[in-house]
Write a protein that binds this ligand. Structure first.
Ligand SMILES: [Zn+2]
Length: 177
């Protein structure tokens, strides 16, 4: 999914450069934002797309976000317009982005993931999403499996998503009890 998104970013940028040559001066990167899909930093000539957005949505939605941000870059450079005004909408329509301030997309729902860290296999198994951490987790075990007492942890869902996609090393996962 991440590779697919990166490929899409490159393709979109290359095709837009045909008409808007100045876009080769723009950088597109990924970030770990949890509350918005993408951002266009006009003065830095930088577009940043949330990795969490990429991991939680289908490629069409991600494509719309990428186009949305490029429309900001173009509206700014060609018409000196910021925000979602007349020219941004014009550009958005022209390049195929939904001409709306914010699209419909998913971001990670609950911040925590309850996981079982198996002592024997050293594997990490996600069990459930959680909005809050339970302080007594240390004393709990999987239903019907008392031997798993002490093997349940909380991990930030965003970190686990990155780990799952090979973008964060296992040793850097913060497991909380
Ligand atoms: Zn916008």
């Amino acid at each position: 999914m991440v590779e697919q998104a990166l490929k899409l970013i490159t393709e979109i940028q290359h095709s837009l450069i045909q008409e808007y040559a100045f876009l080769d001066q723009w950088n597109v990167k990924l970030d770990n934002a949890k509350k918005r899909a993408g951002i266009c930093r006009l003065s830095e000539r930088e577009i940043s797309i949330s990795l969490q957005h990429i991991l939680n949505n289908d490629i069409q939605t991600v494509e719309d976000t990428i186009l949305h941000e490029f429309a900001h870059a173009i509206a700014y450079q060609v018409y000196k317009e910021t925000g979602h005004g007349h020219y941004w909408k014009l550009v958005a329509r022209k390049i195929g982005a939904t001409p709306k301030a914010s699209g419909k997309f998913e971001l990670p729902s609950a911040p925590w993931l309850l996981v079982h860290v198996c002592n024997e296999s050293a594997n990490i198994y996600p069990i459930a999403e959680r909005f809050r951490r339970n302080k007594k987790i240390r004393n709990y075990h999987l239903s019907g499996r008392p031997e798993t007492k002490g093997e349940l942890f909380f991990v930030a869902q965003t970190d686990f998503n990155q780990y799952k996609h090979g973008l964060l090393d296992k040793s850097r996962l913060v497991l909380v009890q």
